[in-house]
Write a protein that binds this ligand. Structure first.
Ligand code: NAD
Length: 504
């Protein structure tokens, strides 16, 4: 099979230049390099911004009905290409096919929400704020906006951003993760097929060079970012210093609190699904399991029974429930927490390094980036397996003695993305919903990702800026408001009056 080559998408077509630098693309299931992705220089980013700036001038003035028509067409195309997009994701990220198709489906929900843009952009109108004077509010596009996205959701996270940005009348430049860049180019082709004018959606690939060029470019009005906390902080500080509106979503350490009265089978199912799904490489994955005693021992036993039955293997194999990790370096880093966790006093109750890999071609998958589901027990709050975002298939069990201790752990965490409580006590759940200092809370739901018509985002070190993604907050982020006060002269307007305008 010939190696693939992924390049930028600028002004409605693939870039035809020769890249100064490229990155390797891997198949995580085999560990083999399968192709190369071009890395943009400042010049290529400038070219994309120039194309977007030109396109934004007319796209921002096009009727809402025409914008919605393009969005509806895009929705149909993404839906009919779901398997193709999912296969690209699996081949570069490693996640299993059903999971990859699931992320396309969740991204599509934002496209569907954006199809309602004529309604979403409706302003207010007040007749006769003063006699013969009316006021109304409108929201207008910003111009050119950029999105910088992580490796773990190469389709869904960009789709948290660009459907609404484009529906609001902006032109968009996407800088996807260099680790799994192909899905973004297929989405660009589908936009073109849907009838989006050239230059409204552009993709530049690359690393810090491309990101910095976007963050400092004077013609970019706003930046949406999703990724790790250190880079989110950097993007927020650099972008705002350059006068941009920035929303930067960072990393996470999501807790699942299990109270003694919880249904332990439900809790064990949820912990395994949310801890090990997508190999733990989800920003809403559960990584800290807070068991309020005396239920830790029976809960861990139930988790062990379930983990033993999990099928780990290539994402393209329909029998696999969990695929490999994204890179060899990331797999090694995640595995290192099993050793340091134990050195720092935890007990290794499940060692994922020994979990078998099921593959029809074991020679091909021998070099894959495998690590099975692992569980550290008796983890304390100072253990690095608890304080760090591991971002892999490792559950850290902290044994708490009371509800209050569990809530303290949740609220002392520097992160505030997601949290879940498992209990049959409605009063305790209600109190927890109120007390948890976290952006997204689940009650007997381990991964409480909001639907597209709500907004997604965390608190504390999981969000820099004050606006969450999609939903009405997304519409606000990609537009700016204007209030108009208007009077049409009639003969009784009253002539010159130097007094302060008051209602009359
Ligand atoms: P990352 O921060 O390494 O990369 C994110 C983006 O930033 C990529 O496009 C990358 O090319 C770019 N980037 C990386 N280093 C940079 C640098 N030094 N300067 C400028 N740009 C740089 O994140 P990742 O490893 O791709 O993704 C995993 C992380 O994303 C995890 O921390 C996860 O929690 C987080 N995440 C958060 C959410 C959320 O909603 N809060 C969602 C998904 C992922």
């Amino acid at each position: 099979m010939s190696a693939k080559h992924v390049t930028h998408w600028i002004n409605g077509k693939p870039w035809t230049g020769t890249a100064e630098r490229q990155g390797d693309i891997y198949d995580p299931a085999t560990g083999q390099v399968t192709g190369a992705v071009d890395f943009a220089t400042i010049q290529e980013v400038n070219d994309a911004v120039a194309a977007a700036t030109e396109a934004a001038k007319s796209w921002g003035k096009i009727s809402l009905a025409k914008r919605a028509t393009v969005l509806f067409a895009f929705r149909e195309l993404v839906k009919s290409h779901t398997e193709e997009i999912a296969a690209l994701i699996t081949s570069e990220h490693g996640k299993v096919a059903a999971d990859a198709a699931g992320e396309v489906a969740r991204g599509l929900e934002v496209v569907e929400f954006a199809c309602g843009i004529p309604h979403l952009l409706k302003g207010g109108f007040s007749e006769n704020v003063s006699t013969g004077v009316d006021s109304y509010s409108i929201r207008q596009p910003l111009g050119v906006v950029a999105g910088i996205t992580p490796f773990n959701f190469p389709a869904m996270v960009p789709m948290w951003m660009f459907p609404l940005a484009i529906a609001c009348g902006n032109a968009f430049i996407l800088k996807p993760s260099e680790k799994d860049p192909s899905a973004s180019i297929l989405l660009a082709r589908l936009w073109a097929e849907a009838g989006l004018p050239d230059g409204v959606f552009n993709v530049v690939h690359g690393d810090k060079v491309a990101v910095d060029a976007l963050l400092t470019h004077r013609d970019i009005a706003a930046v949406s970012f999703v990724g790790s906390t250190p880079i989110a902080r950097y993007v927020y500080e650099t972008g705002t210093q350059h006068g941009k509106r920035v929303q930067a979503l960072g990393g996470a350490k999501n807790h699942m609190v299990v109270l003694p009265d919880a249904d332990l089978d439900l809790a064990a199912d949820a912990a395994v699904s949310a801890g090990y799904g997508s190999a733990g490489e989800r920003c809403m994955a559960i990584s800290a399991l807070v068991a309020v005693e005396p239920i830790a021992d029976p809960l861990i036993e139930k988790i062990k029974e379930r983990v033993a039955k999990l099928t780990i293997g290539p994402g393209a194999d329909r029998r696999s429930e969990m695929g490999p990790l994204v890179t060899g370096a990331h797999r090694d880093k995640v595995a290192s927490y099993l050793e340091t966790g134990v050195t720092q006093g935890a007990t290794l109750a499940i060692d994922g390094r020994t979990h078998p890999v099921s593959s029809d071609d074991s020679a091909a998958t021998a070099g894959g980036f495998w690590l099975g589901p692992s569980l550290l027990d008796n983890v304390t709050a100072d253990n690095t397996s608890y304080t760090d975002e591991i971002f892999g298939p490792v559950l850290s069990v902290v044994r708490a003695q009371s509800y209050d201790e569990a809530v303290r752990l949740v609220n002392d965490s520097p992160y505030g993305n997601g949290v879940a409580i498992f209990t049959n006590d409605g009063g305790a759940a209600r109190r927890f919903v109120s007390e948890a200092e976290i952006g997204m809370v689940g009650v007997n739901v381990p991964i409480p990702v909001p639907m597209a018509y709500y907004s997604f985002g965390g608190w504390k070190a999981s969000l820099f800026g004050d606006t969450h993604m999609h939903g009405t907050e997304g519409v606000h982020f990609y537009t700016r408001g204007k209030v108009v006060t208007s009077r049409w002269l009639d003969p009784s307007h009253g002539g010159v009056n130097l007094g302060f305008p008051v209602n009359s």
